[in-house]
Structure formats: structure tokens, C-alpha cells
Design a protein around this ligand. Sequence first.
Ligand code: PLP
Ligand code: COI
Length: 337
Amino acid sequence: METINWNDIGFGYIKTDYNVRCYYRNGEWGKIEVSSSENVSIHMAATALHYGQEAFEGLKAFKGKDGKVRLFRWEENAKRLQSSAKGILMPEVPIDLFKKMVKKVIRKNQRFIPPYGKGASLYIRHVLFGTGPQVGVKPANEYLLIIFVTPVGPYFKDGFSPVSMLITREYDRAAPLGTGKFKVGGNYAASLASIKKAHDNGYANVLYLDAREKKYIDECGPANFFGIKNNTYITPRSDSILPSITNKSLITLAEHMGLKTERRKVELKELETFEEVGACGTAAVISPINKITDTENGKIYTYGNKPGKISTRLYEKLQAIQTGDEEDIFGWVEIVE
Ligand code: PLP
Ligand code: COI
């Protein structure tokens, strides 16, 4: 058996033993299949390949001090996958099927769940896609849902330490009435060139502006954006960003900690007024931001080089609930037996 160095694990793909699959054919979902193959064989005219009829999900399971495995808010991901599926005319995955498959794939890959205390977790990735052939632009009549797992560390390489973001008006990630609110592959294809530009210039990722006016903040690469000032947690309201489950959780935690919270349009110029800013998501957890550069406007917004006080409290609280160090008073965690 290969050994994994749990102390030095990034956000990447590590082969595990099994994945689980379920086909949708003739208008219904089939039996859950367990596979040890990393490959899929699909028709060359599959709609996923030609027309991007594909959606994915990502959630995490954590090992606690007590050795128990905790799954964080899986039902939210199940609902979001249904919303994405609906958005691009794929069949919705029943919540119960989603749950059974997630639990099965975790149980089958126990040895890949990172031990407690390493800042790592088991990332559970769903992919739902059209396998049936079409040459005209139409939805497929057959679909496949695969769930695989892979152990992961932090998405941004230094973990909970500040990263920099680039604003560029050269690219949009999602159109105002487009698919930005769904977790579909096309949004990520649309983001690749801008993310490359950010990386080439030494930034961790891109801070996207609204595509229509370039006046408001949308989100941060594969994560939502938040800013903190005057004891208030503020996060953009926009129809072209992914409704982040982490962000939703942070809003609840912030309120619980006595902060005010606002989900509203956030103007670009408001960046000057924030005391702390950050990116949040399943992969990113909380990544504090220390610098946002808007080259085209010649502006650089700077924040602390150390994570801010409130971001740190939110981060610690979220992680404590996820690993079971703190009581799950919000009912977010389910133990996988
Ligand atoms: N925004 C985008 C574009 C994402 O890909 C993700 C990751 O899932 C997020 C935000 C964060 O969402 P969540 O907290 O549900 O993982
Ligand atoms: C996640 O946070 O789960 C994501 O899907 C981010 C991913 C695109 C890297």
C-alpha cells in the first residue's frame, strides 16, 4: 500500500480504492455500483463532451479526535446538485440516493480519511454528466453520476495564511443571466484563462466583478468573497455566483458570535473600507486576503499580512464544529458509521 504523508498534503488528486456510480437510463436511476476503475467509457457524442452538460459537487468528511467520521452539511450539497442539474436540464439526483452513495464511498475508502489534527480531510467529489449521444444541441437521454473521494489539504498552499487576488476586466466568469449560480463545468472552463493570468502575475486567484457593470464584487475564483467592518460580516448578493455552503455557515456563525451580517451588493470601491477580507469555500475553507490589485484602475487594496481577528475566530469555530471538537449546535454534522 502506498503511504500518504499526512503532514504534507495539498489539494490534488490521490487515487483511492473505490468510487461509486449510478446510471440514469429510460427515465430512472439504476442500482448503485461500486467500481475500482478510475476510468469511464462513454459515447464520443456524449452531451457532456460537446455541450458541457455536466455538474459537480464537493464536500468534506473529517476525522475527529474520537475517531468518528463527520460529514459536513451534505444535504446542502445534495440540494445544490439538484439545482445545477435542473439548470442545465439533467435529471435531479434524489436526496436519498445522494446520501447512500456518499456514505458508501466513504465507507469503502476508510483508509484514505486523513487522521485528526493534520488540517486535512476527505474531499468527496460528485460528477453528474450527460452520457447519451446528441449532435444537435439538446439534453442527453442518459446520465451517469460518479462519486469519488480524495484526501486533501488546504486549497491555497499556505493554508490559513493570507493570499493575494487580482481583479481583471479582461475576462468574465459568468454572464448575468448565465450559469454562474450552478456548479457546472462550463463556469470553470470560462475561468481558466483569468486564473492563469492571476497565477502568472503571482496572485493566488481572481476576484471577479459583476459582468454587466464591473461595479460590484462577485466572487473569488472557486470561493465566495466576504468583508468585515464595524463588527459586520458582509458578503455579495449576486445571481451569477455560486451559493456557497461555507459562506452560509459563516453567516450563521458570525451572527452567533454577535456580529451583524449583510448579504447585499458590494461595490468595488467599498474594498477600501473593509478591515478584513477573505475567500470562503469547501476547498478554500477561509483564506484571508492581504492584497487585491486592480491593475486596470491602478489600485491596490491592502489588508493585514496576518489573518484578522474575526476571520480567525470564524475559521476556528467552523473547523471545531467540522471535526467535532466543539458541539454541533446547528445540526450541521452527520456521523458516518
Ligand atoms: N464559488 C465557487 C465558484 C466555487 O466553486 C465554490 C466551491 O464549491 C464556492 C464558491 C464555495 O462553495 P462551497 O462553500 O459550497 O464549497
Ligand atoms: C469546492 O470548494 O468544493 C470546490 O468545488 C472548489 C473547486 C472548484 C476546487
